[in-house]
Design a binder for this molecule. Sequence first.
Ligand code: COA
Length: 387
Amino acid sequence: MKVGIDKISFFVPPYYVDMAELATARAVDPGKYLIGIGQSQMAIGPSSQDIVTYAANAASNILTKEDKEAIDLVIVGTESSFDESKASAVILHRLLGIQEFARAFEIKEACYGATAGIEAAKNHIRQHPKSKALVIAADIARYGLNNGGEPTQGAGAVAMIISSEPKILALSEDTVNLTQDIYDFWRPTGHAYPLVDGPLSNETYINSFKKVYTRYEEIYQESFDTFAALAFHIPYTKMGRKALQAVLPKATPQDQERLLARYEESITYSRQVGNLYTGSLYLGLISLLENSTSLQAGDKLGLFSYGSGAVSQFFTGTLQPGYEKQLLPDHHKALLTNRTKLSVFEYEEMFKEAVDYDATTTFNDPLPFSITTIKDNIRFYRNEDTK
Ligand code: COA
């Protein structure tokens, strides 16, 4: 039985800051952000938007009435949870109008959470082939203002439907997992921002990729020529390329050229958005599928998921006939183009917006899904999903 990604879409907040302008404001050579980090724009959202609104706006792009009746599992992978107990998946289940007899929960392991969600969904669909699962990666990547992590921030969500009739990518069972207890990036309870050892996180990411990819080749007797493309977790667009380049010397010149060309297609959207944490790998996958003219049905893709701390997984999937018809390139490109550019001052003001969740606050944000009111530490959302 096939199991895999049937539909996929992303949503990012409607504001961004230009990275050359941010570099100038931070007295940094713009080349460092644009080339050294590899980011042109960075998404930022106001306090009337959160992981639930990003997730709902992403999911509503792909959900039909039939999907809502068939979905009996809703999983959110996030490291930006705003509640230590209640899962955002429960709120989303109601906001999106998913039928009542469903299971809903949240998964955390840094940027790996959504991949763990997909694995859980795969097992569920194998047991219940007629049902569908909604897996959402939603995060707000924040390191604070004026520090080394600032140019690698971002925000947004990716929503996927996992089913036994995947029209985009059938996922195989061939995976390699790796867990290493490393403090490269962590956010102790109560901390607004993560603690991060940037160089160690880069090094752990690259070494993890080398380990899982090499082991995959050993176990499954496959090599670079198996893969039409490799998709990476993309905290910033230089990162995945560095990991890819760490293994490429073993590849033929043709394989090197192909994989590097596909990598460039996979970072088109991330370059304009920044880090989505759990969603970054899947934003890269959407970018690859929507921007590559070289891929075709039957092609095998390799995916590298990485969550600091540190957990990694290399897994594979096969593109399905007609996969391109399931994609939403026009919608996604318009979403990015129609955003409002903020000055560095406006970005800083939005970043510093402080909400007292114990008090009553109202918002008037026109997004289809946004926060309308905060009262008694409960967030009330606009729900215009009428499908
Ligand atoms: N033009 C072009 N490139 C430039 C440059 C310029 N003017 N100035 C610097 N660079 C390059 C550097 O050579 C370096 O390239 P390299 O990585 O290929 O060696 C790159 O820009 C980054 O410079 P660096 O001095 O290492 O940046 P930093 O100390 O500010 O840290 C991060 C960068 C990514 C470690 C930091 O932003 C961070 O901690 N981010 C959060 C953690 C993260 O995203 N980790 C990734 C794994 S999950």
